[in-house]
Structure formats: C-alpha cells, structure tokens
Design a protein around this ligand. Structure first.
Ligand code: HEM
Length: 479
C-alpha cells in the first residue's frame, strides 16, 4: 500500500521535488464540511475506507492538501517527533468564544503547546504517576462495590449507563473528593448534558449563541460547571482540603520557578482530568468481547479469583493479572476509544516526499494503525495472547496517543479499569442479551450505540457467545 501510494518516508530523502499526495478527484461543491460530516458519522469506517483507497498517507484535496490523513507508523513518528510543527488544538473547529466558560473549561493540556504545555505537564504529572495513582485504588473499589450492591442476578443491566455511573462517581471522588449525593447529582446532570450537546454535529455546524441552539446550551451548562469548579478550587486554596484528590494536588503544585496554576488554568486542567469517558468505553467493549469469547472469560475470571480471592485487588495484586491486562490491551487495540486524533501544522513542512502548507489539519487514527497487516498478525482477531508474541512500537500501538501529548491519565485508567473488572467479574457473569444490535457510534468516545444490555448471570455460569447484529462485525471477527 505504501509503495502504491509512493508514500514511504524511507524513500523520501532521495526525491527533492514535492509530490502530490494521493487522494480523490475533486467534485465541485463537495467541500470539507460535507466530507467532515460523513466522517464524523462513523470515523472508524471512514478512515478504513480512506486507507484502503489511498494508502498510509492521503489528502482530501491533493492539489491543496489542507486535510491530510496519516496512518503509517513512519508518518506518526514524524508527527509526534515534531510537536512544535504538528500542534494540538482540540476544539479549534468548534469556534468557542475566548471569553466564555466553555473556552476555559476546554482549555486544558490538549489545547496547549510548547513551553506552556511543558509547564502544565510538569505540574500535573506528579498526580498521575503509576505509584501515585495507587492512592485511588480503594476509592475505585469502594465505588464499584457500592454501585454493584444494587445489582441482582437475573437483572438486565444497560451496561453503558451502569458503567458510566461507576466511572463518573469514581472521578467525582478521586478528582474532586465529592461524596455528597446532592452535589454528585448536580454535577453529573450538568456533565451529561454537556457531553450530549458537545457531541452533537449541530454544535460544530452552528457555533452561535442563538436561542434553542445546542451551542447556547453548551455555553450555559459550562457556566454552571465552571462555577462549581471555582467553588472547589477556592475551598482548597483556603486550605479547606488536605485530601489526596487530583484537584488538591493541582492546586498545591508549584513549578521550579515558584509559579502555580491560575484559577482559570486549574478549571481547564481539572475538567480535562475529570473526563474519564474513555475508561467507560473500554470497559463496555471489554465486556462485549469477553461475552463473545466465553473461554477467555472463564480464564480471566479464574485468574482474577486466584489472585484476589473474592476481594478487590490490592496494589500488588493489580500487577499480577497478566491475562486481564492483555485483554484490556487487545480491546484498546481493536476498539480504541479515541479512534481519531488531529494535529495542525504551525508552518509549511515536508511530510515524507510531500509538502504540507501551514494550517493543514492532519488526521490520524489508532483504529486504522492497529489494523495494519504488516504490524499485526490476523489483525481483526481478538487475541489477547498476541501480546506475548508481538511487540508493536510506540507508533504502532497508540490507544493512549504518543509524544508530548500522550495520555497523562493512562496509569489511572488502567488502575480504574482493572479494579472495576476485578470486582465485577468476581460477583457476576454479564451476558449480552441475544439478538442485540451493536453498532459503533462516535459520541465523546467510540461506544456501542444501543447501550449494551447485559443479563447478570451467577459468576460461575458457563455461556456461549450471544448472537448479535450490527457493524461491530466489521471491526472484529466474532464467532
Ligand atoms: C482507557 C482510557 C483512556 C484512553 C484510551 C485515553 C486516551 C488518550 C489519548 C489518545 C490522548 C492523546 C490525545 C491526543 O494526542 O490528541 C489522551 C490525552 C490525555 N488524557 Fe487520556 N485516555 C484515557 C483515560 C484518561 C484518564 C482516566 C485521564 C485522567 C485521569 C486522562 C487524561 C488525559 C489528559 C489530561 C490528556 C492530555 C495530555 C496532554 O495533552 O498532554 N485520560 N488520552
């Protein structure tokens, strides 16, 4: 494919004349917004089609490459190696007014570059090291056990809502140290509303403060969320919390030169660190894939029980469940919650044998890269065992991104997901309701579109894969 497109970076040095990127013939009046809407409907499928037609690198308009797709590891390496050229600027397309709460709330690490980004990472990193996040293990286990205490064998649970609630409550406690039900309900309601309107294509297409617009709803909701965050920040600044929560760490963080994050910066970083939607998505896909591979489910349950003996895992046990870890990695490979990432070129730049203008939007997709046959043997097969045989590089396995903006919360996420699964699978065997339709859907993360109804069977029950319909069958080869 690389040779077909002529896009090999290794051949690039020999060719000095810029070459036109592969891409479609232009159809008059079909602009990037039309294409963009089609892409947002199902980015995973859109990117796979783009890759199948044009190879590891391509553009929507080869004559004017302002929208570029890069899927091959050699291109990803270049993007991540030059963060000053390929800059992150999430929400640029939404055109959020700079003086709004919406702007301040979304003004976290993923909008910063260069020195300001490095400074914020330095201040945030200590709260997220592999060792530090262990302080949250008991909280995650406690929240999960409390939520599961309402579940009964035989119930059908809408897994999306149920897991989203566990993860949201976990984030409330670990990031903000909130335990009061009224405050939890208020913040949960606001955030659910914001996630719903922020994921709506209308917010992208009509970014104006008009009556009844989704954009206005987003602006007003952000004002309420910001007010709550400021209240919590000020409490901590006044010394009211000596807690171990992430917000307290950020409020107390001091840089080498004695500077601290300002209130507005704390709002942006705390909100970014609060959104654990990707963990919910990964948990859902994991339960689905285990349902479809019952022998693996048996093996995982056996491993978890042998290590944890019916209790939530402790610090040491968390590191002793290799199969559970491999299952999570394999789920993140096949169904990465963030299947589409974007960078913008800050100046004209060579890209292999091609030339990109300043301001080009470069899309890349772990979903596609994780399916490259030259990297993964039998890529559509859900095979956690492959992690004993295959060792893809940083640019070939990137569910948590790579380079300067790699996920600061990855250790937290792994701790959270392993703990929730270890507690859940020692109590119940969730089994997909037969005949369920499972389609990929791009909300904030890549999730199953119809909520994933699962019946709770007794832990030791033996099951066979539930028959299911939907386009998930294009993403993974299922029984
Ligand atoms: C399975 C769970 C998760 C996945 C798959 C995931 C994935 C990612 C990816 C792909 C990026 C890079 C985005 C880019 O390069 O444009 C990222 C960045 C980030 N993630 Fe996560 N994430 C997860 C969980 C978390 C959690 C639990 C937290 C907070 C505790 C978190 C906080 C962040 C932050 C703050 C950044 C921005 C880092 C920067 O720009 O320097 N993530 N994540």
């Amino acid at each position: 494919m690389d040779q077909l497109s002529g896009g090999s970076m290794s051949n690039a040095a020999a060719v000095s004349v810029p070459v036109q990127l592969p891409g479609p013939v232009q159809i008059p009046l079909v602009g990037w917004r039309t294409r963009g809407l089609r892409m947002l409907g199902d980015p995973a499928e859109y990117f796979m089609r783009q890759y199948a037609r044009y190879g590891v690198v391509s553009a929507w308009n080869p004559q004017n490459p302002r929208h570029v797709f890069a899927f091959g590891p050699e291109y990803l390496k270049k993007i991540f190696a030059e963060p000053e050229v390929f800059i992150a600027d999430s929400f640029r397309e939404v055109r959020i007014p700079e003086q709004s709460s919406f702007y301040r709330l979304t003004n976290g690490l993923l909008r910063r570059n260069g020195d300001p980004h490095r400074k914020h990472r330095r201040l945030m990193q200590p709260a997220f090291t592999a060792r530090r996040v262990l302080v949250h293990r008991e909280t995650v286990a406690d929240v999960t056990e409390r939520c599961l205490s309402d579940w009964r064998t035989g119930d059908v649970v809408p897994m999306h809502d149920a897991l989203a609630r566990i993860i949201m409550l976990t984030a409330m406690r670990t990031v903000f140290d909130i335990d009061a039900p009224a405050k939890i309900d208020r913040l949960q309601g606001l955030i659910s509303r914001l996630l719903r309107v922020a994921a709506s294509p209308l917010t992208l297409l009509v970014p104006y403060d008009l009556p009844a617009s989704t954009f206005r709803t987003a602006l007003r909701t952000c004002e309420e969320i910001e007010a709550l965050l400021l209240e919590m920040i000020r409490e901590r600044r006044a010394g009211a919390s000596a807690g171990r929560d992430v917000l307290t760490s950020l409020v107390n963080a001091v840089d080498e030169d004695g500077s601290r994050l300002t209130e507005a910066e704390l709002v942006g970083e705390a909100y970014t660190a609060f959104c654990h939607d990707s963990s919910t998505a990964t948990l859902m896909w994991t339960l689905l894939l285990l349902d479809q591979h019952p022998q693996l489910m048996n093996d995982v349950v056996d491993e978890v029980r042998a290590v944890c003996g019916g209790s939530p895992p402790d610090d040491e046990q968390l590191g002793r469940m290799p199969l559970l870890e491999a299952v999570l990695k394999e789920t993140l490979r096949l169904l990465p919650p963030a299947p589409m990432l974007i960078r913008y070129t800050s100046r004209p730049t060579p890209f292999g044998r091609y030339q990109l203008p300043s301001g080009a939007m470069v899309f890349f997709s772990s979903y596609v890269t994780h399916r490259l046959e030259e990297v993964y043997h039998d890529p559509l097969r859900f095979d956690p065992g492959r992690w004993e045989r295959e060792s893809p590089s940083t640019y070939e396995f990137l569910p948590f991104g790579a380079g300067a903006h790699n996920c600061v919360g990855r250790h937290f996420a792994m701790l959270e997901m392993k703990t929730v699964l270890a507690v859940l699978l020692q109590k119940f065997r969730p089994a997909l309701v037969p005949g369920t339709r499972v389609d990929r859907s791009m909300r904030v993360s890549l999730v199953p579109s119809h909520g994933l109804p699962m019946r709770l069977l007794p832990r030791g029950a033996r099951t066979s894969p539930a028959p299911l319909r939907g386009n998930i069958r294009d993403s993974v080869r299922l029984p």
